[in-house]
Design a protein around this ligand. Structure first.
Ligand SMILES: NC(=O)c1ccc[n+]([C@@H]2O[C@H](COP(=O)([O-])OP(=O)(O)OC[C@H]3O[C@@H](n4cnc5c(N)ncnc54)[C@H](OP(=O)(O)O)[C@@H]3O)[C@@H](O)[C@H]2O)c1
Length: 275
């Protein structure tokens, strides 16, 4: 039995689907699993990561765990260590390896260190920025069609969360091969925000524009949408992205055996969110 945390999330829902497709029994854990119809072979279980009793119930009979970093992850991990689980795949962050200090990088490094110090076999998926972060622009795109961001020409290689989910499921299903590995996984193309909005414009069939705004404006927007350390991390990562001449591309293909999805594919599959 595999336990998938963050089971309705961008990545978790794909991990559930892949494990199920491979015939592995899955328990899908998050606070509101009723938001998705998981189908046969999946046992939804509602609970908060910070709730030790819920974690103990979720971990009963579980061999492998897919772990997502949400509030309460420390309490949850303490229960994993007390359980009979044998291996874990943790959705970590590529920010760990960057030469820029961020809360996001530090927090993921701390969780990795706790996992490494445990008796479980582990694998870490060190993810680059998600294509689904583009959903932050959906209200503007649905509104006046002007996406206001700082560093509009900063480039990165955003990854489709489904590729991360495919990779994590493959790592859970073959711990012999993947234990002790921490692959960095990005998307297949280097794109600026301007490039991504141009692709969305093509997919949606209407003109969209990008307006470069000062960092202070973006900071105020981000701070309104998330805790301050996260907002500061995202700005620091954007600032860093603007300074890197050629961001690296490290796809999941060696793990999943399939070509990585492009931003155009992601945009097409999520076009309704922007319409
Ligand atoms: N976005 C990026 O660019 C990026 C880059 C690198 C790494 N990451 C990592 O990826 C993670 C996000 O993955 P994602 O996009 O799949 O997340 P997501 O779509 O935001 O989903 C989060 C999942 O966690 C569940 N959850 C949230 N708080 C919870 C709690 N207290 N107890 C139990 N479940 C909880 C949510 O369901 P409920 O609300 O129903 O509980 C949901 O299933 C980040 O936390 C970060 O560690 C992100």
């Amino acid at each position: 039995m595999h336990l998938v945390t963050g089971a309705t999330g961008n990545v978790g829902q794909r991990v559930v689907a892949r494990l199920r497709a491979e015939g592995s029994p899955v328990r899908a854990f998050c606070r509101h699993p009723e938001r998705l119809a998981f189908g046969p072979g999946v046992e939804p279980m509602a609970g908060d990561m910070a709730d030790a009793a819920a974690a103990r119930a979720a971990l009963l009979g579980v061999d492998g765990v897919f772990l997502v970093r949400t509030p309460g992850v420390e309490a949850f991990w303490a229960e994993v260590e007390r359980s009979a689980a044998q291996h874990v795949v943790f959705l970590s962050s590529g920010a760990i390896g960057l030469p820029v200090e961020t809360h996001i990088g530090r927090a993921h490094a701390e969780t990795e260190a706790r996992i490494r110090a445990s008796a479980l076999r582990w694998g870490f998926v060190r993810a680059g920025g998600f294509m689904s972060n583009a959903l932050r622009w959906a209200p503007a795109i649905r509104g006046d069609g002007v996406v206001r961001v700082p560093f509009a020409d900063a480039r990165s290689a955003p990854v489709d969360p489904r590729d991360l989910g495919d990779a994590a499921a493959a790592m859970l299903l073959d711990p012999e091969r993947h234990s002790g590995s921490s692959p960095e996984i990005t998307g297949p193309e280097v794109l600026s925000t301007r490039d991504q909005v141009a692709i969305l414009s093509e997919v949606l069939g209407r003109p969209l524009r990008v307006e470069d705004v000062p960092e202070s404006v973006a900071e105020a927007q981000l701070r309104g949408a998330m805790p301050a350390p996260m907002a500061e991390s995202i700005l620091a990562l954007m600032r860093y992205g603007a300074s890197v001449p050629e961001p690296s591309v490290r796809t999941a293909q060696a793990i999943t055996g399939r070509p990585p999805r492009t931003f155009a594919q992601w945009a097409w599959d999520h076009r309704e969110a922007f319409a």
